[in-house]
Design a protein around this ligand. Structure first.
Ligand code: AMP
Ligand code: ZN
Length: 664
């Protein structure tokens, strides 16, 4: 390839990736790969100034390219919210709360649910020290310099603020600013951005903070977390934050019943259309922080908060064709290819049809006029058809009988909603999908290798499974298209370093069907090493907390497969972690095995989360409410009197924090 060609191709590619990343917020390569390509291009341009082009992607970045953002572990986890869609949902939630809190009167703070990108900003002694994206809730990216450019985010607080706290909020792009940005783009002959939310979240990851500064972003704050912040309720929190100089929307109401909450919802379902930014619901929060503390969290969300989602927008369009997609586990997803239609600010071309039952239930056919709905994050779905518009020659949909990629007949297990392509080791998207999953950030987190390169390596016959990654040599990969010396080195280095990834993540990386991050952790903890897990029977697996039959069967099937056994052997030889680390093992015991402990109140020596972790690390289970099955109630300060009475009535031993720590 000539140098000029090389430069042009790189420019085109980077432009495309820029578009995917910034406009669609849907990157197809890793930031690292992108950086490598950009650097390669910069170097080529510097050496060959005769090919200077004022529209090269290197120019829009400016002089300095920021390296990737640092990953920061959240001191306090960033949770999701549970959703409700009706008055009944809300009333059920209230009942659950009352069951936990006894008959204490409960009030609620209602706020709008802003539709943007969540952010956690840390202040120390009144100064902004760090801003981190939500990421997976446990850790996110430090985007401090970018956040500092948002004019409404105070860099120095005023008034009487706590020495250290995190404040949570949502970065949004108001409609008018968004429109202005798009007008400018149109004037420059560029593609318009799709919607404010993706543009706001894309902005946070812009590498050039001066570009972020030009975007009219807003940061709306709604919650303060920290120790000893001296605040008693959610409503007070909003008031305090305003005092300290934060932008806290004034649309918030203290309600003393769910009926009053419903009034707020109904009012704002209409009034929200006058707001300058997007909202997609109301967040209802139990007002008293002490109540919040009593209620605690589920694995994903606070029990004391609920998002009431506004009814999603819906439109009609024509379904042109049903196609099928194969995922990494072989699961087939039917896809509706639609006549493009504007919905909730985005152009929708495709929608998921979920599975064969869903198609049959709604009798969805090609050529039908379908009703498409989109709410928040979710990919659009088809919720019905207009049968008056059905063409006369319409034919009932026959679900595909073979894999669209490898033509193997599809299978469907009893009770499973999905069809699968059983050709696990011969079906290309399954092979590459499995390897892509293996290298992904939450799995082996292999730097220097991205999804595209995996496909290329597979196409070139260099890898057939993830163990092959560890056999790759520089000499093999260097001749590959656009593989520079440095990127080859980085790939080999990234693979090599991944052997340090802890066992629980390796378990997730293996890509066993139904074994997600949480299940992988449970399994790793229960079996401590892969040899023990590999010989576990279905019955033994089911006995592990939270492991159901479906997962157990899948694990047994995985380990009984000879191919997988070989792959694991090869990974072992390469030094991949197949047992819990010594530190992990040391901090774990079986002392609380079979015991369920309920934690309630405020603690002095350790935080509530640490207490829960200690219970789990010592083999116990954390219960959410007191019952006859509760082994101990660990009682802190300010525990609700109703809990104490209940424990006493059921003869549940009540122990103090010190007594508990003594036990473990
Ligand atoms: P979800 O991502 O649907 O689980 O919803 C949780 C997210 O809602 C949080 O991470 C916040 O970013 C966002 N959110 C928007 N407005 C609020 C609000 N007023 N209170 C709490 N969370 C909010
Ligand atoms: Zn297949």
């Amino acid at each position: 390839m000539s140098i000029e060609n090389n430069i042009t191709t790189l420019r085109d590619e980077l432009r495309e990736h820029n578009y995917n990343y910034y406009v669609l917020d849907n990157p197809s390569i890793s930031d690292f790969e992108f950086d490598m390509k950009l650097k390669e291009l910069q170097a080529l341009e510097a050496q060959n100034p005769e090919f200077y082009d004022p529209s090269s992607p290197t120019i829009r970045v400016g002089g300095v390219v920021t390296k990737s953002f640092d990953t920061i572990v959240h001191e306090h986890r960033m949770y999701s919210l549970d959703n409700s869609y009706s008055k009944e949902d809300l009333e059920d939630w209230e009942k659950r709360i009352q069951r936990n809190l006894g008959d204490a009167p409960v009030s609620y703070t209602c706020e709008l649910k802003y539709d943007g990108a969540s952010i956690s900003i840390t202040y120390e002694n009144g100064k902004l020290v760090r801003a981190v994206t939500r990421g997976d809730g446990f850790q996110g990216d430090a985007v401090t310099t970018n956040i500092k450019t948002i004019k409404s985010v105070p860099l120095q607080l005023k008034g009487d603020y706590p020495a250290k706290f995190d404040i949570r909020g949502e970065i949004v792009l108001p409609f008018d600013g968004f429109q202005k940005m798009n007008e400018e783009r149109a004037a420059n002959g560029e593609e318009p951005y799709m919607n404010p939310r993706n543009t706001a979240s894309g902005s946070l990851k812009l590498q050039d903070s001066s570009a972020v500064a030009q975007r009219p972003l807003e940061c709306l704050l709604y919650s303060i977390v920290g120790n000893n912040i001296g605040i008693a309720s959610q409503y007070e929190m909003l008031e305090k934050a305003r005092e300290w100089g934060f932008k806290v929307p004034t649309v918030a109401k203290l309600c003393h019943s769910t009926a009053a909450v419903m009034e707020f919802v109904e009012e704002w379902d209409v009034a929200r259309h006058q707001l300058p930014y997007e909202t997609d619901g109301v967040v209802v929060k139990v007002n008293s922080l002490q109540h919040q503390d009593e209620l605690g969290f589920t694995a994903k969300a606070p029990r004391w908060a609920m998002a009431y989602k506004f009814k999603a927008e819906q439109v009609f369009t024509v379904l042109n064709e049903i196609t099928y997609q194969v995922g990494r586990t072989g699961a087939i997803t039917p896809v509706a290819n639609l006549e493009p239609v504007l919905l909730a600010g985005t152009t929708v071309k495709r929608a998921s049809l979920h599975n064969a039952d869903q198609i049959a239930k709604l009798d969805i056919r090609e050529g039908d006029t379908v009703f498409v709905e989109k709410g928040g994050e979710i990919i659009p779905k088809i919720i019905g058809i207009d049968d008056t518009k059905r063409p006369a020659d319409s034919k009932e949909t026959k679900y595909s009988t073979e894999c669209p990629e490898c033509h193997t007949p599809l299978e469907r297990a009893e009770g499973d909603a999905k069809h699968y392509c059983p050709n696990e080791y011969g079906c290309p998207p399954q092979i590459t999908g499995r390897i892509q999953h293996f290298i992904s950030r939450k799995a082996m987190d292999i730097e220097g290798l991205g999804g595209e390169t995996v496909e290329l390596l597979f196409k070139e016959g260099l890898i057939k499974d993830y163990a092959d990654l560890y056999d790759l040599t520089k000499a093999q990969i260097l001749p590959l298209e656009r593989m520079a010396e440095k990127s080859a080195d980085n790939l080999i280095k990234g693979v090599g370093e991944s052997v340090a990834i802890p066992f629980e993540r390796v378990m997730f990386a293996l890509g066993i069907r139904f074994v997600g991050e949480t299940v992988a952790k449970k399994l790793a903890k229960a079996y401590k090493n892969i040899n023990a897990m590999a010989v576990a029977t279905k019955e033994e697996l089911v006995a592990v907390d939270e492991i159901g039959e479906r997962i157990a069967e899948s694990v047994v099937a995985f380990f009984s497969n000879e191919k997988n056994q070989n792959t694991i052997e090869r990974l072992k030889e390469k030094g991949v972690q197949f047992s819990l680390s010594v530190e992990k093992l040391e901090s774990q015991t079986d002392i609380l095995k079979g015991k369920t402990l309920v934690v309630s109140g405020v603690f002095e020596l350790v935080s509530r989360d640490q207490l829960k972790k200690l219970i789990e690390d010592n083999g116990g289970k954390v219960g959410s409410s007191i019952s006859s099955k509760t082994s101990y109630l660990v009682a802190g300060d300010k525990m609700g009197p109703s809990k104490r009475t209940k424990a006493e009535n059921l003869n549940v031993p009540i122990i103090t924090e010190q007594e508990f720590l003594g036990m473990v």
